[in-house]
Design a protein around this ligand. Structure first.
Ligand code: ADP
Ligand code: 5GP
Length: 198
């Protein structure tokens, strides 16, 4: 059976990653969303175990010691990490894995697993990014400013990514993500391996 591929989705906070991924996952059992662990508090509507594993800082440190993370990073005052076990299990089962992670984590994953595909999601404009962050209503004005400052740094790293998707409408962004994932499965190495049953 073919192994799944890993796709990293990065982009500034508030660009719409969660929204676009929710639409991408509709009716797709062949995809696996990697649920990260985080020390940040849950936002209204977020569910523990579905959106994130919300854990205390000492538990997060213990997981680092146990080498349970494929990658982890600090982002705007909180820790975020990808539990390795579930990613590997999903790939072995032939499912494509989606990691919604920021740029430091993306760099760590690609250093360990260079075959990982990196997709950057950008806003149609700065004004629209600020509008979305504010409209979401989950961050104080100070946090919104911190996230916007961080977004400037993140946008500069976009050239290191394999693909660049602009989230103007959710529909367009999902269409492009599906096209990218499909194209990545049409690479000669993967197709030849299937034919030759390597
Ligand atoms: P992220 O996961 O990247 O931090 P969210 O998915 O939480 O971002 O989206 C931030 C806000 O922007 C939400 O209020 C969401 O409804 C809105 N949003 C997402 N995509 C779009 C879009 N294409 N057009 C308009 N609003 C959007
Ligand atoms: P938020 O607090 O808005 O949910 O996420 C903040 C940032 O953390 C986003 O850029 C998101 O992609 C990133 N993030 C979420 N989970 C992980 C993770 O497991 N590892 C890393 N490195 N970043 C993550």
């Amino acid at each position: 059976m073919k192994k799944g591929k890993t796709f990293i989705i990065s982009g500034p906070s508030g660009v719409g990653k969660s929204t676009v991924l929710r639409a991408l996952f509709e009716g797709r059992d062949d995809l696996y969303f990697s649920v990260s662990a985080t020390t940040r508090a849950a936002r209204e509507g977020e569910v523990d175990g579905r959106d994130y594993h919300f854990i205390a800082a000492d538990r997060f440190r213990a997981m680092i010691e146990e080498e349970a993370f494929l990658e982890y990073a600090e982002y705007v005052g909180n820790f975020y990490g990808t539990p390795k076990k579930y990613v590997d299990e999903a790939m072995e089962a032939g499912r494509d894995v989606i990691l919604d992670i920021e740029i430091q984590g993306a760099t760590q994953v690609c250093a360990k697993r260079p075959e990982t595909v990196r997709i950057f999601i950008a806003p149609p404009s700065w004004e629209e990014l600020e509008r979305r962050l504010t409209a979401r209503g989950t961050d104080t004005p100070e946090k919104v400013q911190k996230r916007l400052l961080r977004a400037k740094v993140e946008m500069e790293t976009a050239y290191d990514y394999d693909y660049f998707v602009i989230n103007d409408t959710v529909e367009n962004a999902v269409k492009e993500l599906r096209a990218i994932m499909c194209a990545e499965h049409c690479k000669p190495a993967e197709r030849m391996n299937r034919i030759l049953k390597k």
